[in-house]
Write a protein that binds this ligand. Structure first.
Ligand SMILES: Cc1ncc(COP(=O)(O)O)c(C=O)c1O
Length: 504
């Protein structure tokens, strides 16, 4: 209906075309009677539940529950959504804790002291996981998603820079921030909302789709408030060379006296790199590095901290939100305590092993080549036709990255079947309910269109089969779409035009 609604007024049509429109005013949602069910309400009967305005009278809870549940059947299944970088599975006990605490507000520290303690424990666990150094006071806060974390990091870097420029009596009207052109959309959003020039550095196949340290060296200056470095590039899962960039900033500081911090956007990698054998490519990426923001409270300008006084004490707050759910913090604590380091390691190694299996299977068909390189021997980044697939033992033997598989139709396949559009794979998978995004790589490499899958699925055969369009054949699918032969080569991918930033 959403597409149709652009051309017609569906509600107006429903009203006009339903049985006995004249009777509609006498709609009978007035009594919460037991034989009222969703199937005796919307559209089909005399009772009417309005969708866009609050109904005059309500309806029985079980009827509304069923009605909403039915509508939500149109959504994809989160378990088959391989598009967003999130695992959605939670154990029953975690779900139970979520439900038991769903009404608690994280902002009410005085009212919920036990939950506030659990929040503090989560921060302590995480900063230790991320390499807190002896004698330093790493800080943290729960956030509603990584966007808030990115914006808080950016804001602290901006304020720190402004305070230094103020103290030196220097101009502070032109702050800039460095990030790769592959940056997730929330990073650019920070720059736009907080009025900082975004210096987007192109990424390329040569830089393995990572932020290029040489370009960082060229683009930083005295007005650079910081560098956003993504640990787990959204398009291909690659980890960026955080330590290498940190060293460039060290050298710059030595030369100019200007100290530029780094915010590591570890939205996806922060919970993978600490656990896998591959870590984050061997080098340091976390708060062991001196210029990583949040490693010590001295990085957080005092002016940004709000002190909230309540009868039981004082809470220091550095968040964009005030009220926010607390149940998720409790569920996070459950996971940390329940799984422990070993549990997380097993899950992450397993996800990487599955992703390697899928990558090898895709390449072995000859239909696809992978841009992601987690299945290649450490140091080998590129697909070489006919080369035997490498088999190591743990993730330490392979290139380190997220368990993400990014692939496209192989050159051989495209030569043989030039009329087949890559987006067909995405459509065929969608027909099997898998959601796999299809888009172009960031500017500079945007002629390359990719399909990307975040792999947490199990290794069973049906999953692997879903990726092989060979049985019915995508050629047949295209042919049956009635494409004229003469037009086949002209077919344009819908995403090849316009702005398309990676959002997950
Ligand atoms: C690298 C990166 N940064 C930031 C975000 C935004 O995260 P959230 O949706 O939790 O705000 C994402 C989301 O996938 C991401 O992959």
């Amino acid at each position: 209906m959403a597409g149709l609604a652009r051309h017609v007024d569906p509600d107006g049509l429903m009203k006009k075309l339903s049985d006995s429109p004249g009777q509609r005013h006498r709609a009978c949602t007035n009594q919460a009677i037991s034989h009222s069910t969703p199937y005796s309400s919307r559209y089909a009967s005399a009772s009417e539940l309005s969708k866009f305005r609050i109904p005059h009278d309500g309806a029985p809870a079980e009827a509304v529950h069923q009605l909403v549940k039915d509508e939500l059947d149109l959504d994809g299944s989160p378990n088959l959504n391989l598009s967003s970088f999130v695992g959605t599975y939670m154990e029953h006990e975690a779900e139970q804790l979520l439900m038991e605490n769903i009404s608690k507000n994280m902002a009410d520290a005085d009212e919920y002291p036990a939950m506030t303690n659990i929040h503090a424990r989560c921060i302590s666990i995480l900063v230790h996981l991320w390499g807190v150094q002896k004698g330093e006071t790493a800080i943290g806060s729960d956030t509603t998603g990584s966007l808030e974390a990115v914006h808080l990091g950016g804001l602290a870097m901006k304020r720190r820079w402004q305070e230094k420029r103020d103290a030196e009596g220097k101009d502070k009207s032109k702050p800039n921030i460095i990030m790769g052109a592959n940056a997730q959309v929330t990073l650019e959003k920070f720059a736009r909302y907080f009025e900082v020039e975004a210096r987007l550095l192109p990424v390329s196949a040569e830089s393995h789709y990572q932020l290029d340290p040489d370009l960082v060296r060229d683009k930083i200056d005295k007005n650079t408030i910081g560098v956003f470095v993504i640990l787990g590039f959204t398009y291909t899962g690659h980890f960026k060379p955080v330590e290498e960039i940190s060293k460039i900033l060290d050298a710059y500081e030595k030369r100019t006296g200007v100290d530029i911090p780094i915010h590591v956007d570890a939205a996806s990698g922060g919970f993978i790199a600490p656990f896998t054998h591959a870590k984050a490519g061997g080098s340091k990426w976390n708060i062991e590095l001196p210029r990583i923001i949040w490693r010590d409270e001295s990085y957080l300008p005092k002016h940004l901290i709000f002190e909230l006084h309540y009868p039981g004490g004082t809470e220091q707050s550095y968040t964009l939100n005030f009220s926010r759910p607390g149940a998720h913090v409790i569920a996070q604590y459950f996971n940390l305590i329940h799984l422990g380091f070993t549990g997380y390691r097993i899950i992450m190694e397993n996800a990487l092993a599955n992703a390697r299996l899928l990558s090898r299977s895709l390449e072995t068909t000859g239909w696809y080549e992978c841009i992601s390189d987690i299945h290649r021997k450490k140091g080998d980044h590129n697909y070489v036709k006919g080369r035997e697939q490498y088999e190591g033992s743990t993730s330490a033997d392979y290139n380190a990255a997220l368990p993400v598989v990014t692939f496209y139709l192989s050159k051989d396949f495209r030569r043989k079947c030039p009329h087949v559009k890559q987006v067909s794979i995405n459509n065929l998978l969608r027909a099997r309910q898998y959601i796999v995004p299809s888009y172009a790589l960031p500017p500079n490499e945007d002629k390359t269109e990719i399909l990307r899958d975040e792999t947490v699925m199990d290794t069973d055969l049906t999953d692997i089969l879903a990726w092989q369009p060979g049985t019915v054949s995508i050629e047949k699918e295209q042919a049956s779409a009635g494409e004229q032969h003469k037009n086949r080569h002209k077919t344009k991918h819908p995403m090849s035009k316009g702005i398309h930033r990676s959002v997950y």
